[in-house]
Design a protein around this ligand. Structure first.
Ligand code: ZN
Length: 114
Protein backbone atom coordinates (compact mmCIF):
# COMPACT_ATOMS: atom_id res chain seq x y z
CA UNK A 1 0.00 0.00 0.00
CA UNK A 2 1.44 3.32 -1.11
CA UNK A 3 0.80 5.09 2.17
CA UNK A 4 2.96 2.52 3.94
CA UNK A 5 5.96 2.39 1.62
CA UNK A 6 9.07 2.93 3.67
CA UNK A 7 7.01 2.64 6.82
CA UNK A 8 7.85 0.44 9.79
CA UNK A 9 4.27 -0.87 9.77
CA UNK A 10 2.77 -3.83 7.90
CA UNK A 11 -0.86 -3.30 6.78
CA UNK A 12 -3.64 -5.85 7.34
CA UNK A 13 -4.28 -7.92 4.17
CA UNK A 14 -7.91 -6.77 4.19
CA UNK A 15 -7.84 -3.81 1.76
CA UNK A 16 -10.83 -2.27 3.60
CA UNK A 17 -9.09 -2.46 6.95
CA UNK A 18 -6.74 0.29 8.04
CA UNK A 19 -5.03 -1.57 10.87
CA UNK A 20 -1.28 -2.12 10.83
CA UNK A 21 1.27 -4.03 12.87
CA UNK A 22 4.98 -3.46 13.57
CA UNK A 23 7.05 -4.57 10.59
CA UNK A 24 9.78 -6.14 12.72
CA UNK A 25 7.22 -8.59 14.12
CA UNK A 26 5.31 -9.06 10.84
CA UNK A 27 7.86 -8.61 8.03
CA UNK A 28 5.67 -10.16 5.31
CA UNK A 29 1.91 -10.07 5.27
CA UNK A 30 -0.40 -10.04 8.25
CA UNK A 31 -4.06 -10.13 9.13
CA UNK A 32 -5.18 -8.12 12.14
CA UNK A 33 -6.97 -9.80 15.04
CA UNK A 34 -10.34 -8.28 14.17
CA UNK A 35 -10.30 -9.50 10.55
CA UNK A 36 -8.96 -12.88 11.64
CA UNK A 37 -11.81 -13.34 14.11
CA UNK A 38 -14.32 -12.64 11.34
CA UNK A 39 -13.08 -15.63 9.31
CA UNK A 40 -14.97 -18.95 9.44
CA UNK A 41 -13.90 -21.13 12.39
CA UNK A 42 -12.51 -24.05 10.31
CA UNK A 43 -10.10 -21.73 8.50
CA UNK A 44 -9.03 -20.11 11.79
CA UNK A 45 -8.49 -23.47 13.44
CA UNK A 46 -6.37 -24.77 10.56
CA UNK A 47 -4.24 -21.63 10.61
CA UNK A 48 -3.70 -21.96 14.38
CA UNK A 49 -2.93 -25.65 14.08
CA UNK A 50 -0.17 -25.00 11.51
CA UNK A 51 1.38 -22.39 13.80
CA UNK A 52 1.13 -24.73 16.79
CA UNK A 53 3.04 -27.41 14.88
CA UNK A 54 5.70 -24.96 13.71
CA UNK A 55 6.25 -23.70 17.28
CA UNK A 56 6.37 -27.28 18.57
CA UNK A 57 9.11 -28.21 16.08
CA UNK A 58 10.95 -24.95 16.84
CA UNK A 59 11.13 -26.05 20.47
CA UNK A 60 12.21 -29.60 19.61
CA UNK A 61 14.87 -28.36 17.19
CA UNK A 62 16.21 -25.96 19.83
CA UNK A 63 16.43 -28.76 22.39
CA UNK A 64 18.21 -31.43 20.36
CA UNK A 65 21.97 -31.70 20.25
CA UNK A 66 21.94 -34.38 17.55
CA UNK A 67 22.70 -32.92 14.11
CA UNK A 68 21.11 -35.77 12.21
CA UNK A 69 17.88 -35.64 14.18
CA UNK A 70 17.82 -31.86 13.89
CA UNK A 71 18.00 -32.09 10.11
CA UNK A 72 15.05 -34.49 10.04
CA UNK A 73 13.04 -32.26 12.35
CA UNK A 74 13.84 -29.21 10.24
CA UNK A 75 12.42 -31.05 7.23
CA UNK A 76 9.20 -31.71 9.14
CA UNK A 77 9.04 -28.06 10.19
CA UNK A 78 9.49 -27.00 6.55
CA UNK A 79 6.48 -29.17 5.69
CA UNK A 80 4.33 -27.33 8.24
CA UNK A 81 5.61 -23.95 7.05
CA UNK A 82 4.67 -24.94 3.50
CA UNK A 83 1.18 -25.93 4.66
CA UNK A 84 0.82 -22.64 6.52
CA UNK A 85 1.88 -20.63 3.44
CA UNK A 86 -0.31 -22.63 1.11
CA UNK A 87 -3.33 -22.18 3.38
CA UNK A 88 -2.60 -18.47 3.74
CA UNK A 89 -2.30 -17.89 -0.01
CA UNK A 90 -5.12 -20.12 -1.23
CA UNK A 91 -7.68 -19.94 1.60
CA UNK A 92 -7.26 -17.12 4.11
CA UNK A 93 -6.06 -14.36 1.82
CA UNK A 94 -8.69 -14.93 -0.91
CA UNK A 95 -11.41 -14.98 1.78
CA UNK A 96 -10.36 -11.52 2.89
CA UNK A 97 -9.26 -9.90 -0.35
CA UNK A 98 -11.40 -11.48 -3.08
CA UNK A 99 -14.82 -9.81 -3.29
CA UNK A 100 -16.35 -12.51 -5.54
CA UNK A 101 -17.72 -14.83 -2.89
CA UNK A 102 -20.23 -17.69 -3.05
CA UNK A 103 -23.74 -17.16 -1.64
CA UNK A 104 -24.35 -17.52 2.05
CA UNK A 105 -21.34 -15.61 3.26
CA UNK A 106 -23.11 -12.26 3.60
CA UNK A 107 -22.63 -12.02 7.36
CA UNK A 108 -18.98 -12.82 7.02
CA UNK A 109 -18.52 -10.31 4.20
CA UNK A 110 -20.25 -7.58 6.17
CA UNK A 111 -17.97 -8.33 9.10
CA UNK A 112 -14.79 -7.87 7.06
CA UNK A 113 -16.22 -4.81 5.31
CA UNK A 114 -16.47 -6.16 1.76
ZN1 ZN B 1 -7.80 -6.10 9.45
Amino acid sequence: MARLVGSDRTPCINPRCRRTAPRDKFPGEMICGKCFRSLPAPARNRHRRFWREIRKWNRRIARTGDAFRRERMEAIRRGWINRLCWHWDTVLKPMVTNPSKPEGLDGFLAEVGL
